[in-house]
Design a protein around this ligand. Structure first.
Ligand code: NAD
Length: 346
């Protein structure tokens, strides 16, 4: 029995996603996702929001990230296992789904390991565009793993940086990142320490993976006037910045109930003032107000960003060969005769 067309769900595999990226172009695709994020953050109040549902273990975390705008529902499954790379596995893998709220039927199932890297980079750049010093041109990239090249290229495309200064405790990661960025138009400077990497940088991105309260940036390393884009602290007990930096920064977050559990601000009092980024993007609250201000985007990754990225992919695969119609939903001729459909299959 052939399933009807309405029961076939477009499935975007890893191979499809890579072909879609090459079809659109990596930087235009991140810029496109950034536009979708801005659109969705502008209608922030129309979304169902909840901190993501996390299942922690000794080695890592598995999370579900749901949201809905009333018409479309989306979720992402994502893990974070910093020790995985030692076994040849990735720290972060993900897949995601969009569904039609009216029928509950899925309308898209897609890989999201690659898409998460694009959306996280797009989100960083959307925030930095509002918060980084005017004419920022140099970024320190601390942690040169899977996310790093995407972060550098989104900042080049959307914020206009032209130099990245790389540092990782593993020289092989820095060498990989530098080689991958060699033909991108960025000036790439591998550095011998975090201190050397932040020299002359207006944007400091921390994107390390370690399941502990780490101190990637200590207080004396950070001068005033910079923008910190802190990505790697995204779980209880997993942070990257010395608390003293937080106390002298203006802190911008995605969704406070989630960030207070997972972000750098887990180190602060639960009522420490923070600004929600969507309010900056809508003009309701100011972003950077002076050259001396130290701004911090305490990024943890929120479901609405994944929803935006999923919407972008669904829109772009229409009429292309970048998906496979997946026989995911049982589709009996008589919707109440599921049993009969199973028996007839014998
Ligand atoms: P990865 O494991 O591929 O890379 C992490 C890199 O950090 C490695 O190269 C490692 O050597 C380096 N590192 C570890 N400790 C360091 C230190 N003290 N100083 C300098 N470098 C150090 O991981 P990834 O996929 O690139 O992810 C990086 C981090 O970003 C993870 O913690 C992940 O959970 C987080 N992340 C956050 C978001 C978000 O939306 N905020 C999205 C995706 C990933």
């Amino acid at each position: 029995m052939q399933p009807s067309e309405k029961a076939l769900v477009p499935f975007v595999s890893v191979d499809h996603m890579m072909r879609l990226i090459h079809h659109i172009g990596l930087k235009p695709m991140m810029a496109g996702i950034a536009d979708y994020i801005r659109d969705d953050f502008a209608r922030w109040e129309s979304f169902d929001k909840t901190p993501r549902v996390a299942s922690h273990s000794q080695e890592g975390v598995i999370e579900l990230m749901p949201t809905s705008d009333g018409e479309t529902y989306g979720f992402k499954y994502v893990n974070g296992h910093p020790k995985n790379t030692k076994d040849g596995l990735q720290t972060v893998t993900a897949f995601g789904l969009l569904a039609d709220v009216a029928s509950g039927y899925p309308v898209l199932l897609t890989e999201m390991t690659i898409l998460t890297a694009l959306r996280t980079a797009a989100m960083s750049a959307v925030a930095a565009k509002e918060l980084a010093p005017h004419n920022a041109s140099v970024m320190a990239m601390i942690g040169n793993g899977a996310q790093s090249e995407f972060q550098c290229l989104a900042m080049q495309e959307i914020v206009g940086i032209d130099e990245v200064r790389l540092w990782d405790i593993d020289p092989a990661a820095t060498a990989k990142c530098a080689a991958n960025l060699s033909a991108t138009g960025l000036r790439v400077v591998p550095c011998r320490s975090a201190e050397a990497a932040i020299e002359g940088a207006q944007i400091l991105t921390t994107c390390t993976a370690d399941k502990q309260h780490a101190t990637i940036l200590s207080d004396n390393m950070v001068g005033s006037g910079v923008h910190i884009n802190a990505i790697g602290g995204d779980c209880p007990g997993k942070t990257e910045l010395a608390a003293a930096i937080l106390h002298r920064s203006d802190i911008f977050v995605e969704y406070p109930p989630q960030t207070r559990i997972e972000g750098e601000i887990q180190q602060l009092a639960p009522d420490h003032p923070v600004t929600e980024l969507w309010q900056v993007l809508t003009g309701a609250k100011p972003g950077r107000t002076s050259a001396a201000q130290t701004t911090l985007f305490d990024s943890v990754g929120f479901a609405i960003e994944d929803f935006s990225a999923l919407r972008f992919v669904l829109d772009r695969i229409q009429g292309t060969s970048f998906y496979h119609p997946l026989d995911l939903l049982a589709d009996p001729d008589d919707p109440r005769d599921l049993f009969g459909m199973v028996m007839r299959a014998s």
